[in-house]
Design a protein around this ligand. Structure first.
Ligand code: NAD
Length: 256
């Protein structure tokens, strides 16, 4: 028996990183999965490997959402869950951030999450789930990622309001707030075939040993397990909440 037997879940940004690990784990737990991304080759190949369906979905495009929902229902006949995982990060001080860059981050992270809720909620079976991927920077500040942090704070607002509006159908909406996780977003060496990505993971572990009580950067598989918890019946009485998964980073600072 899998924890997601019989459920159909769309995961955005699932071609790599945390979304990929969520797709793999959800399939292993019995869900039918729709892998959605703009990275078509990677997404198609992952979907083929794990027995999922791939759809091209730019989360900032409402028409793409409608097509993805239609594809999910045509392939599997129903829809039970959404993981809004797609996201982008840009580094800049607020005073140096061009408006275009700010709006690009808003479009993917915040509008993408909104359009996901708007497009999928009406089609979800009663008792369905939505898991939004916010961030550690959705609950605290971090210099040089102002646009990103603003969108991740906004995702928590969307999560709480959606939870209130959908609870009457038994649909639960929660958010994950990961700290630093070892994906291409934190470790761009993973995107360069000539780079030493494993060596960079070691370097990141060493860096986070100083910052994070648990002494290392997080792994995407660990976030996938939280997404599973929030999507399956183990979290049946939980809605509208942010879940921090950060190795203790937000707990505070140590002075000794
Ligand atoms: P990643 O860059 O490996 O994955 C992001 C995925 O989103 C990619 O597959 C990318 O193609 C996809 N994507 C980007 N723009 C898209 C669009 N317009 N439409 C559809 N898909 C799009 O990074 P990740 O760490 O796996 O990121 C997953 C989520 O976790 C993001 O929302 C990110 O903000 C969040 N997050 C990451 C970290 C971290 O340290 N890695 C920390 C906190 C939160």
């Amino acid at each position: 028996m899998g924890k997601l037997d019989g459920r159909v879940v769309i995961i955005t940004g699932a071609a790599r990183g945390q979304g990929e690990q969520e797709a793999r784990l959800f399939r292993a737990e019995g869900a039918a999965v729709v892998v959605a991304d703009v990275l078509d080759d990677q997404g198609e190949s992952l979907a083929k490997e794990i027995g999922a369906t791939y759809v091209h979905l730019d989360v900032g495009e409402e028409a793409d959402w409608q097509a993805a929902v239609t594809a999910a229902k045509e392939a599997y006949g129903r829809l039970d869950g959404l993981v809004n995982n797609a996201g982008i990060l840009r580094f800049n001080a607020l005073a140096d951030t061009p408006l275009d860059e700010f709006m690009q981050v808003v479009r993917v992270n915040q509008v993408g999450c909104f359009l996901g809720i708007k497009s999928v909620a009406p089609e979800l079976a009663d008792g369905g789930t939505i898991v939004n991927t916010a961030s550690y920077t959705g609950v605290t500040g971090m210099a040089a990622v102002g646009a990103y942090a603003a969108t991740k704070h906004a995702i928590l607002g969307l999560t709480r309001v959606a939870a209130l509006e959908l609870a009457h159908r038994g649909i639960r909406v929660n958010a994950m707030c990961p700290g630093a996780i070892d994906t291409a977003m934190s470790n761009p060496a993973q995107l360069d075939p000539n780079a030493d990505a494993a060596g960079m993971t070691d370097a990141l572990d060493a860096l986070y040993r100083k910052l994070v009580p648990l002494g290392r950067i997080g792994r995407p598989e660990e976030v996938a397990r939280l997404a599973l918890f929030l999507t399956c019946a183990d979290s049946s009485y939980i809605t509208g909440q942010p879940f921090v998964i950060d190795g203790g980073w937000l707990a505070g600072v140590s002075v000794v």
